[in-house]
Design a protein. Structure first.
Ligand SMILES: NC(=O)c1ccc[n+]([C@@H]2O[C@H](COP(=O)([O-])OP(=O)(O)OC[C@H]3O[C@@H](n4cnc5c(N)ncnc54)[C@H](OP(=O)(O)O)[C@@H]3O)[C@@H](O)[C@H]2O)c1
Length: 258
């Protein structure tokens, strides 16, 4: 049982790894002895975060814009230039948009579909050679998609395109899991509840709305970095080898409200 949750020596790509949930996951994998590549649009921030994480282990940056297919293909090619195999792909980069129903912009649907859904599909398929090189019956390659509880139950906020794309991420996870299981590649999703990040700053920075959100969570608190890193590490380790096509809420029980 000693190494059941080990990810030591695995090669891991975390998109959107420069801050928020992606950084929680990247930091966890670096501390656990993995070789981590992070990616995000802002090259200077991405490089600075990789340099900081490198003081605790092995981390490098490959900046890319996943809102454009050229960016997705550039990232996949650059990763496969640097490593022979990819053990774990974490599709975390994402964006949201909130607006009242009749003001909700058409552009939000196109923007969020591109980053939240299309890039997950296109990056996963472009990285298949590297994932296949890592895959084996004892230790499958792993794809971990970051969905959302907003794709499971109707959110309180008016984020129409966002919640629709997150439901799409969950379904895409199941389709890819079904298709890739025969190649020893597992595909699972994590559906986070509220976690500290730039995306959630509008709701969590204000003490009043923060405590209102905490009060809705059955476990009574916002998610911690260890909650997110722990689930990702479990999915990437030998302990998570028999799981595929699952959507795991990491939400303090929020989705038990239905
Ligand atoms: N925080 C929560 O409570 C929560 C709850 C449920 C689900 N989620 C999901 O968790 C994921 C991370 O969200 P977060 O809350 O950590 O958000 P965040 O703080 O806004 O971080 C988003 C990350 O994605 C990168 N990114 C955004 N657009 C990109 C693009 N077009 N190409 C490449 N990278 C891009 C950002 O870096 P750049 O801006 O430099 O590109 C950043 O690293 C998202 O998929 C989100 O839907 C979050």
């Amino acid at each position: 049982m000693k190494d059941l949750f080990s990810v030591e020596g695995k090669t891991v790509l975390v998109t959107g790894g420069s801050r928020g949930i992606g950084l929680m996951i990247a930091r966890g994998f670096v501390a656990a002895g993995a070789h981590v590549i992070i990616s995000s649009r802002k090259a200077d921030v991405c490089e600075a975060v990789a340099t900081e994480l490198s003081t605790h282990g092995r981390c490098e940056a490959i900046p890319a814009d996943l809102g454009r297919d050229e960016g997705v293909q550039h990232l996949a090619a650059a990763v496969q230039d640097r490593v022979d195999k990819l053990d774990v792909l974490v599709n975390n980069a994402g964006a949201t948009w909130g607006a009242p129903l009749e003001d909700y912009p058409e552009s939000a649907f196109d923007k969020l579909w591109a980053v939240n859904v299309k890039s997950v599909f296109r990056l996963t398929t472009a990285l298949l050679p590297a994932l296949r090189a890592a895959a084996g019956p004892e230790d499958p390659a792993r794809v971990i998609n970051i969905g959302s509880i907003d794709g499971i139950r109707v959110p309180l906020m008016e984020v129409y395109a966002y919640s629709a794309t997150k439901a799409a991420v969950h379904m895409l996870t199941r389709s890819l899991a079904h298709q890739l299981a025969g190649e020893q590649i597992t595909v699972n999703a994590i559906a986070p509840g509220p976690f500290e990040s730039k995306m959630m700053a509008f709701a969590l920075d204000d003490p009043g709305s923060r405590s209102a959100i905490e009060a809705q969570v059955p476990l009574g608190r916002i998610g911690r970095p260890e909650d997110m890193a722990g689930t990702a590490i479990y999915l990437a380790s030998r302990a998570g080898a028999y799981l595929t096509g699952a959507v795991i809420p990491v939400d303090g029980g929020l989705t038990t409200h239905g």
